[in-house]
Design a protein around this ligand. Sequence first.
Ligand code: EPZ
Length: 417
Amino acid sequence: MDKLVLTGCKKLKGTVKISGSKNATLPMMCACLLSEDPVGLKNVPHLRDVTTMLTLLGQIGVEVLLDDQSFVVLNSKNVKTLVAPYDLVRTMRASILVLGPMLARFGEAKVSLPGGCAIGQRPVDQHIKGLTAMGAEILIENGYIQAKAKKLTGAKIVMDLVSVTGTENLMMAAVLAKGETTIHNAAQEPEVLDLANLLIKMGGKIEGAGTNKITINGVKKLQGTDYRVMSDRIETGTFLVAAAMTRGEVNLLNAEPKMSNVIINKLQEAGSEINFKRGVVSLKQRKRITAVSFSTAPFPNFPTDMQAQFMAMNTIAKGRAKVEERIFENRFMHVQELRRLGANISVSGSIALVEGVDRLEGAKVMATDLRASASLVLAGLVAEGETVIDRIYHLDRGYERIEEKLANLGATIKRLN
Ligand code: EPZ
C-alpha cells in the first residue's frame, strides 16, 4: 500500500496547474449514456475515481474510443447490459449517476445500492423519489435498485434536501423525458451547472442550472459533442490552503475562480493576499494565519469538501476556531490523526473547537477518506520532522499527482510503494 513521506517547514513557492474537476467529470462521463453519438471530454483528470468510472462504463458496454492524456471519447451506441454491479458501485458512490441516464435512454436499469462510506450513510432516497415522480417503477431487492420506465414523464420534483448527485441524476433523466420537469431545492454547485452546459451542448433544453430551481424540457434525442470539463475548485482551494499554511507564495494556473467566495473570504480573513487574473489565482501569506470559524453548507456556502483542509490550517493558526460540519454525519475522522501531529482539537457532535498551536510534530498517520487525507498532507507540510501518511489510495481518488505538484512548489515529499 503506497505511503507519502513528507518533511515539513518549507515555504511553497512557484506555479502549479490545476487539473480538471473530479466532481464535474464523473457525471459527464455518465451523460454519454444519453446519446448514441460519441461524447468527447477534455481536461479530464487522471484519478482513481475516473478509472473506476471508465471500468464501470466499459462493463456496461460503453466504448472508450479515445483515452489520450486528458481527452476521453466515450460512445454508448452498443450498450449491452444495464447493470451497475455491487463490486464497482461500493468502491465509488458516484456510480449511482448511471441510473438516471440508463432509465432515460433504455427504460431500465439495475444499479447496486452504493451503501454507506467512511463519512456517512449517504442514502439515495432523493434520487429514487425523483425518478419515481417521473414515472419510474422502482423495486429495491437484494441490495439493488431495479428500475423500469417505458417512458419517463416530466414532473415537479421538490427535493427534501440539497443533493448534488441527486440533482445531477434527475437532470439527466429529465432531458429525455416527455414534457417539462422542474427540480426545486436543486443543488447549485458549479459542477451541476457544468453538467447542464454539456447536456445543453448535446441538445438538451435546460434553464436555471446553478440556481435552486432547474427547468428541463425533454427532447427526443441528444447528439454527441466535445466539451471541456471545468477545473477542480476543491483542488484549487486545497493548494491555496497549502500556500497559506506554509506562508508561501503560489500561482495556480487553470484555477477555478467559481469556487464559493466564502473560501476566498475565509482565506483573506486568515490573512492571505489573493489575486485573480486571467485564469491564474495567486496567494501570498506574509504573516501567521489567523484562525477562521465556519459551518459547512450547500453551495454557495462553505463547501464540506474543504472542511478538513481548513481544519488543518486552523491547527497552526493564531487563536481558536469553531468548525461545524452540517452536511455529513461523520466527517471528522482527520481529527484524531491531526491530534497525533500535536493539534489541539476537541469535538462535540458536529462541532470541533481548534486551538491553534505554535507548531506540529511529524508522526505516522493514516488516511481515512479523500479530504481527510488531503488535510494530513497539508499538516505534514508544516510539521517539524518527518510525517508518514499511510493508505493514500484515498488521496489518489481525487488528487492527480499531488506529490509531484507539491514537490514542484518546493515541498519535501515522496511516495513510497
Ligand atoms: C457530492 O456527493 C460530491 N461527490 C461529494 O464530494 C460532496 O462532498 C457532496 O456532493 C456534498 O457537496 C460528487 O459530486 C461525486 P449529496 P453526493 O447527495 O452527491 C444526504 C468528494 O470529496 N442525502 O449532496 O453524494 C447525504 O447523506 C466527495 O469529492 C440524503 O439523505 O452528496 C448528505 O448528508 C465526497 N439522501 C447530504 O444529503 C439522498 O438521496 C448531501 O449529500 C442524497 C443525499
